[in-house]
Design a protein around this ligand. Structure first.
Ligand code: SF4
Length: 362
């Protein structure tokens, strides 16, 4: 009864969010998902927007304690796709009418890399006659770099904070002066000031993370006034400091999936008009994870369109799904998944977050 009452409120409080976050009764969980789907339908529609994901390099200067391609990992075959291969993937995305793509890689801040990305953005714009929307997910950079990439034609940027709890953030990152929570916030603010649609997100089900932390993450999204969210459950990557420390201590798959879905649903209920991705990590723990994510209020999917020979080398966590599928196989598979939920794929549309336009007109 209390769940239904809370869900009828116009604006939820921190206490309301915590109550819902701790709910485990299947009937109450269904009420939460139904409410989230209803709000999704009203605020952003039943369309699912695609972002073809090109993971073009696993070289990284950072050393995040959870990440399979961190700088110190000796067991990774490093790669850097050349421009021709990236443009070939971009052309596939364009010709298959996905509407948008995401360029993602490990972090680099050198001029050679910055210029390479700048050129690639311009050439993608050119090959698609300006029709492909471009999202970047290339980590922390300075304002000048972000501006160059924005001027080249990218218009959305995803930079996850992984957690808004500063102490937890410290545990997840080495204290080597290169991993700094405050800097990440500065980056998010710079991106917004430049004019990007800005996305962030967290990991869910981290060892040492409480449901209070997850509620604080939701309030953090609101405070930052973000346009998009990409978040998923924590999945161990074996040969990392966190993988070694928590191998037998991480919560069950079911619990992480349930919390992940609850975070999507509560983000939709609380923030309403933002874009929310159902990430591959959800599917990594539950074969139906992405469908459940759409049912819980997500409206964006990021199909992997990285060329086949590189896919298996871009593994941030164990047992990443879809690495043996081709882009064509992914396309058919995802179309079926979206249809099964009752949503519709918005082919050829950028699918920008309505929240972005509303905040610009405030
Ligand atoms: S999470 Fe990103 S920045 Fe951190 S080590 Fe992995 S690729 Fe690099």
């Amino acid at each position: 009864m209390k769940t239904a009452e809370i869900l009828n409120k116009e604006k939820l409080t921190r206490e309301d969010l915590l109550y819902l976050m701790n709910t485990e009764d299947p009937k109450d969980l269904n009420l939460i998902y139904e409410k989230a789907y209803e709000i999704k339908e009203k605020e952003v529609g039943k369309k699912v927007f695609y972002r073809g994901l090109i993971e073009f390099s696993n070289n990284c200067i950072k050393d995040c304690n959870y990440c399979g391609i961190r700088r110190s990992s000796g067991n990774v075959e490093r790669f850097f796709m050349d421009k021709k291969d990236i443009l070939e993937s971009a052309r596939w995305i364009y010709e298959n009418n996905y509407g948008s793509l995401v360029l993602q890689s490990g972090e680099r801040q050198d001029e050679e890399f910055i210029l390479f990305v700048e050129d690639v953005i311009k050439e993608i714009k050119e090959l698609s006659g300006g029709k492909l929307g471009i999202t970047l997910s290339l980590g922390e950079q300075n304002r000048e770099t972000y501006k160059r990439w924005f001027d080249a034609g990218a218009h959305r940027y995803l930079l996850r904070v992984e957690t808004s709890n500063k102490e937890l953030y410290k545990k997840m990152h080495p204290q080597d002066g290169k991993h700094n929570f405050e800097n990440r916030i500065i980056c998010l603010k710079e991106l917004r000031n430049i004019g990007f649609q800005v996305g962030t997100g967290v990991m869910i089900g981290l060892p040492g993370q409480s449901t209070e932390d997850l509620v604080e993450d939701l309030l953090f999204y609101e405070k930052l006034d973000v346009d998009m969210i990409g978040m998923g459950p924590y999945i161990i990557s074996d040969e990392t400091p966190m993988g070694e420390e928590y191998r037998d201590k991480v919560m069950s798959k079911e619990k992480r999936v349930s919390l992940g879905l609850k975070m999507i649903a509560l983000s939709r209920i609380y923030l309403k008009d933002i874009n929310i991705a159902a990430t591959t990590a959800l599917q990594g723990l539950d074969p139906l994870g992405r469908e459940k994510g759409l049912k819980a209020g997500a409206n964006v999917l990021m199909p992997i369109t990285t060329k086949d020979e590189y896919r298996a080398k871009y593994q941030l966590y164990n047992d990443k799904p879809c690495i043996d599928d081709t882009a064509d196989q992914c396309k058919g598979c995802l179309a079926g998944r979206v249809k099964s939920v009752g949503d519709e794929i918005a082919y050829g549309e950028w699918g920008d977050s309505p929240h972005f336009f509303k905040r610009k007109n405030r």
